[in-house]
Design a protein around this ligand. Sequence first.
Ligand code: ATP
Ligand code: NOS
Length: 434
Amino acid sequence: MKFPGQRKSKHYFPVNARDPLVAQIQHDNPFARTHLVGVGQTIVDIEARVDDDFLNRHSLSKGHSLVLDEDKAEQLYQELKEHDLISHEYPGDTIGNTLHNYSVLADDKSILLGVMSQDLKIGSYAYRYLCNTSCRMDLDYLQPVDGPIGRCYTLITEDGERTFAINEGQMNQLRPESVPECAFENASALVLSSYLVRGKVTDPMKNAALKAIEHAKKHDVPVVLTLGTKYVIEDKKEWWIEFLKEHVTCVAMNEEEAEALTGEKDPLIAADKALDWVDMVLCTAGPVGLYMAGYTDDALKRESTLPLLPGHIPEFNKYEFSRPMMKTDCKNPVRVYSHIAPYLGGPVEIKNTNGAGDAALSALLHDMSANRYHKANVPNSGKHNGKFLSYSSFSQICQYSNRVSYEVLTQHAPRLSRGLPEREDCLEEAYWER
Ligand SMILES: Nc1ncnc2c1ncn2[C@@H]1O[C@H](COP(=O)(O)OP(=O)(O)OP(=O)(O)O)[C@@H](O)[C@H]1O
Ligand SMILES: O=c1[nH]cnc2c1ncn2[C@@H]1O[C@H](CO)[C@@H](O)[C@H]1O
């Protein structure tokens, strides 16, 4: 496990073989390991630049992710091919992207639960998916299926907006019995997306996701949910609120999804409202940067030394140097919020915003894993004087998440093609310099 803040000494991960005391512990007890587990829909993103007319002709609503009937999907594909509009093909799926990025950042294991074509032809979409996925991602538990994986036509219009049209193939055929309990032992988190429950009633995927939640709860693994697009939420807002209350520790969303869920346009107020249902919130807001919200115990809260920010909650970032805890683990829970503007003000040239939100979430998950890893290996450390959800503070996680999103914005693919520079300047120092 690489530590999230390893790039400079202040947050250098203290589980280090060079320290003789740690080396001795390591000799007696080999390091306990952890990993991230996710339930995904194996999909390849097929990216094309189209005009509004194209979207209208195929009855697609802009910004939405829509599942098409097989014949309609085929028609759309033929038109893209005929006019030579396809520019890139990448492995996709919001969960696949998150697990891949996690494995690249942490240089450590993630487990993908999903489907894979059993008769794999070289050059097929399934083949492309496997070839371009981190070798740290454990694909051994994938359920073989007879047929293709999903394809996600990622249609980019001139205004930069992206619309997803899905040919689902076999992506929703994961069965609950293909979700093994052993994948959850020592896992640092289970990550799911709201897309998993929008298949046909006969699809087994929803029950597979519920099975994963059942295993996660049994093994005390936090459940993290990322909210697809706003349309998936709008359709059944009350259902999602109950789902969050019952199952979810941390919700990740962008400001549109946050509004669909809470009715609040302001991401800070929306994040605050979501804290009525979950313990921790990551809310990305495009060019405005991102927000985090959560709980910490009153006795463990830490004041920020950064400028206090105005907002609908005045000086909302006052305790952003605190570390997140589950509400039930706090004697006197206090709500904590943090915000960060885009790293370096955003890239000079944005190549593609697709996957920027997934990237932010993978950084948060990396920090949560680092905490579990550290706690398992150095349980008496002062870092664990409370039952924290992450290794770093709200403020530090915001910076890290934004830094990782920035990396995705500067490249074409939705997944990180490489890790962050090893010897990067301290984020706090580098943040506003270009
Ligand atoms: N136009 C932009 N300028 C600067 N930074 C941006 C811009 N768009 C996105 N970002 C950065 O990327 C992060 C995530 O972006 P965004 O809110 O667009 O995610 P998203 O809509 O969930 O993306 P996706 O669903 O494609 O993964 C933001 O918090 C911000 O740091
Ligand atoms: O229905 C879906 N299920 C799973 N992933 C999806 C779906 N629609 C779009 N994306 C994925 O979202 C990523 C960007 O966040 C894209 O890479 C795309 O593959």
